[in-house]
Design a protein around this ligand. Structure first.
Ligand SMILES: [Zn+2]
Length: 282
């Protein structure tokens, strides 16, 4: 029985929870239901399921313990998720200033429009993530995300707000200029919120060969290796196809364990100090 439960969690977590969230987000986008409160509720439910499953079947027991980071990560998650869940309003405002080309295929099925927007946004994220590891100041902004000494459900949202904007905005601006409706973009970002929780989860789960396509924890953990040169791989946020194309894909079964993630450089423990940190250091 224990083995059955273990295997259901290992192989079923991502397809069942993430798949259900995607199906419900598509239903909301296709129906007359408003984005608020339905999309955020669906996304938050998915994230909470990941948090609960970590307690049942962790990847590393050590990563279940507070590393003086839980409270500050709750603040980061609040800020990052607020940005995600207000993206429809933010995008709607940007359309006032941006030149809209109006070439978006609005007559396509909603799921196909969301998938199309996802490709542009994800490529934008890959490029900006890669740049955030190459440019000194962008790295200072991004480093907070890498400073965690463990990987767990909240890490996906442990980001400096400026870094979150730097990473996501270029790809989003492209699809806005192409004429994508704000609700298409917002729906995709709500889906990504659940994926980010899985991507960093301290959960013993696998997607099997789909790891060659999706930026899930079993490949993303490499990106959080403490050794700087080891971490220059797997920049993908949702897809890792970009890492295959640009030659930065790496995978090894159980390749990253407790004690092997984080940064050599220390960052402050308090939220306000973390927000100031990129501007105080060189
Ligand atoms: Zn990174």
């Amino acid at each position: 029985m224990k083995i059955l439960v273990r295997n259901v969690i290992r192989w079923g977590s991502y397809p069942i929870i993430f798949g259900s969230c995607v199906a419900m987000q598509l239903y909301i986008a296709n129906s007359s239901l408003p984005y608020w409160p339905f999309s955020p509720i669906v996304a938050m439910s998915g994230i909470i399921f990941v948090a609960l499953l970590e307690r049942i079947q962790p990847y590393e027991n050590e990563w279940l313990e507070d590393h003086d980071d839980t409270l500050v990560d709750v603040f980061h998650a609040f800020t990052s998720l607020t940005l995600i869940f207000t993206s429809m309003e933010i995008v709607a405002i940007t359309t006032i200033w941006l030149p809209i080309m109006d070439v978006w295929p609005s007559d396509w099925p909603v799921w196909l429009q969301i998938a199309s927007a996802a490709l542009f946004i994800d490529l934008g994220l890959w490029i900006m993530h890669w740049l955030s590891h190459k440019n000194g100041f962008l790295w200072r902004l991004h480093a907070l995300h890498h400073s965690s000494e463990r990987l767990y459900w909240l890490n996906g949202e442990r980001r400096h707000p400026l870094s979150a904007l730097v990473l996501a905005l270029p790809g989003i601006v492209v699809v806005v200029i192409l004429g994508a409706p704000p609700f298409i973009i917002a729906c995709w970002l709500s889906i990504v919120a659940v994926h980010l929780s899985f991507q960093h989860a301290n959960l013993d789960y696998s997607v099997g060969l789909f790891r060659k396509l999706l930026a899930v924890a079993e490949v993303h953990r490499w990106h959080h290796k403490r050794e700087y040169k080891d971490a220059q791989v797997n920049y993908g946020e949702f897809f890792v196809i970009w890492d295959h194309i640009f030659g930065t894909y790496r995978h090894q079964v159980n390749g990253v364990r407790a004690g092997e993630v984080g940064m050599d450089e220390e960052t402050p423990l308090k939220y306000v100090d973390q927000i100031k940190w990129p501007f105080l250091n060189k």
